[in-house]
Structures are given as structure tokens and as C-alpha cells.
Design a protein around this ligand. Structure first.
Ligand code: SF4
Length: 307
């Protein structure tokens, strides 16, 4: 079984080659919005869940075969990657294998541990999440392992940020009616001021979650961003996706266009335009065709009903 997935288009990381280093589904949380389904092994125990040499061998093979452009090698996948006790050694080994930057997507729950902070210290970018700053909402959204406390997690994020030399982007996932109240946003804002991330990225449920929960609508996301004030670099990543979709599709409904034409019309780099096109192709609303020696993109005349 392969522990590599992708490269897949990622809204935050461009073309991301994923390393799945925990078995399905091993996590410290059981978030109500998790798109992977219920956590079957809720634990805080770190161990070598999958042999790190096996994962590194697969990556070595992938890189030696020159399998296309990769913007980031990303630890993510079927659970919480910092539960793997070999993540630090794997990051260090990857840094000797390639210049491709290494990213870690984590729920941040174990960064209060010194060994975990040390393990992630050589990553290029760490993307933790923080969905709540008060205990009741933390328990409601993330349904954490009983030993975890939100205060301890915020303190762990703060200490890690102090010493980590790479990029540190904090994501907050908003779930309608659960963590979008003004008092929770104020508490989150206070926590972010303490943590001091490079960026704050606001997201909401866009893929089918495991529980019957819904997204915060676009106007509300804009209100939430405003509630954080001008103290941090706050962006709405879900909104960006919606805007780009709204910009690209009308162009492609009129006539097929090449990647360079689309990038030129939208005023964005061709790599960025390619990333959004791949998303739209995956969603079934855009198709790719070849005429002569040119590749064109056009609106799918028979799109799926998925958003
Ligand atoms: S932390 Fe991530 S993998 Fe774990 S339950 Fe939450 S969304 Fe799912």
C-alpha cells in the first residue's frame, strides 16, 4: 500500500505530494467537520505507526522517477501526523534527499510537547489548526482526547512559534452555529495575539463532513474576518476558491482557452491558474481538450451536480 498521495492541488500549498504516515484513522481529535469520517483510534500515544523506512523508500522512488512538479512534500493524511514518533527523522532525511520544501499539516494538539516541537523544527512550513479558544467549544468542535486541554494547546502553539524559524500559518475551520459566535471569535482573537502566526487562514466546511454540520456562508465569513480586526494577516481561503470559480467559469462558458490565456485574463501566475483549473476539473465543471499541439480548457457541458 502506498503512503504517498498526489501530487494533489492544494488551496494553500499548490501542488502538494502527501505523505500519509498514520493508519486510518488515528488522531488526537474527532472533529465534527472531519472529511475522513469518525476517528477509530483516538489517542495521544506517539509511536512508529508505519515503518518510516518504508515511507522514505516510497518517496525516494517517486523522486527518482521525476514524477512531475511538486511544490511541497506535505505530512498529512489519515490522521494526526505528529502522532508518528519518526516524523522528525523523516523530515531531516527528506531535507537531505531534495530541495522541495517540507510542510506539516497538524491539528497542533501535541505541540505542547518538547519532543514534537523538536521534531517539526526543520520543516519549512507548519500549518496548525485552532478551531476554538474556550473549553466548551473546543470539546464541541474537535471532540479531543480526554487528556488534552485547549489552554495547553494554545501555549504549545505559542512556544513553538517563538522558536520555529519557518513559516507558521494558523487555520481556523468555522462550523455554522458551533464556533462562529462573537464571544468565541473574541477568545480566538486573543489567543492568536498570543501565538503570533505569520498568517491566519479562515476556512469553513466545503467537503462532506462526518457529522450533520454546515458551512458558514460567505457574508458571515467576511463579518468574522472583520471581527478579527486589523491586527493579523487574515485571509478567507474558502472565499478565494469561490471567487476564482466565479471568475473562471464564465470565461470558459464562452469559449475554450489555453492556460496562458486564462492566466492573462485573470491577472494571475500560470501556476496559480493551473491549480484552480485542476480543482475545477476534479469537481467535474471544467474539461481539458487537445486541439493540434495545444491544450484547452472549457466548461463541462454536462457538469456533475456537486458544488
Ligand atoms: S484533526 Fe484532522 S484528521 Fe483529526 S479529526 Fe480533526 S479534521 Fe480529522
Amino acid at each position: 500500500m502506498s503512503h504517498l498521495f498526489g501530487p494533489v492541488p492544494s488551496r494553500r500549498l499548490g501542488r502538494s505530494l502527501g505523505l500519509d504516515i498514520t493508519p486510518y484513522k488515528t488522531c488526537t481529535f474527532d472533529c465534527i467537520y472531519c472529511q475522513l469520517g469518525r476517528t477509530t483510534n483516538k489517542t495521544v500515544q506517539r509511536r512508529e505507526y508505519i515503518a518510516k523506512d518504508l515511507i522514505l523508500d516510497e518517496l525516494r522512488d517517486f523522486l527518482s522517477e521525476g514524477n512531475g512538479d511538486v511544490d511541497y512534500i506535505t505530512f498529512a493524511g489519515s490522521g494526526e501526523p505528529t502522532l508518528h514518533s519518526g516524523i522528525g527523522e523523516m523530515i531531516d532525511t527528506i531535507k537531505t534527499m531534495t530541495d522541495i520544501p517540507v510542510a506539516v499539516i497538524t491539528n497542533g494538539s501535541l505541540l505542547f510537547r518538547e519532543d514534537v516541537r523538536g521534531d517539526l523544527s526543520n520543516a519549512d512550513i507548519v500549518l496548525p489548526s485552532l478551531d476554538a479558544a474556550t473549553t466548551p467549544i473546543f470539546r464541541a468542535v474537535d471532540q479531543p482526547h480526554e487528556s488534552l486541554s485547549v489552554d495547553q494547546i494554545i501555549e504549545g502553539l505559542r512556544i513553538f512559534r517563538e522558536t520555529f524559524e519557518g513559516e507558521f500559518w494558523l487555520e481556523i475551520m468555522f462550523v455554522r452555529g458551533v464556533n462562529d459566535r462573537t464571544d468565541e471569535i473574541t477568545a480566538l482573537s486573543d489567543a492568536i495575539a498570543i501565538i503570533d502566526p505569520d498568517r491566519v487562514q479562515l476556512n469553513t466546511v466545503v467537503r462532506p463532513p462526518r457529522a450533520d454540520v454546515g458551512p458558514v456562508d460567505e457574508d458571515e465569513m467576511i463579518r468574522i474576518r472583520g471581527a478579527f480586526g486589523g491586527n493579523f494577516d487574515v485571509e478567507i481561503i474558502a472565499e478565494k476558491r469561490i471567487e476564482v470559480r466565479a471568475d473562471i467559469l464564465p470565461l470558459l462558458e464562452r469559449r475554450p482557452l489555453t492556460l496562458d490565456q486564462i492566466a492573462g485574463l485573470l491577472g494571475m501566475h500560470r501556476n496559480e491558474a493551473a491549480k484552480y483549473l485542476r480543482e475545477l476539473i476534479e469537481q467535474g465543471v471544467v474539461i481539458e481538450t487537445v486541439h493540434g499541439d495545444k491544450r484547452y480548457f472549457e466548461a463541462n457541458p454536462n457538469p456533475s451536480t456537486e458544488p
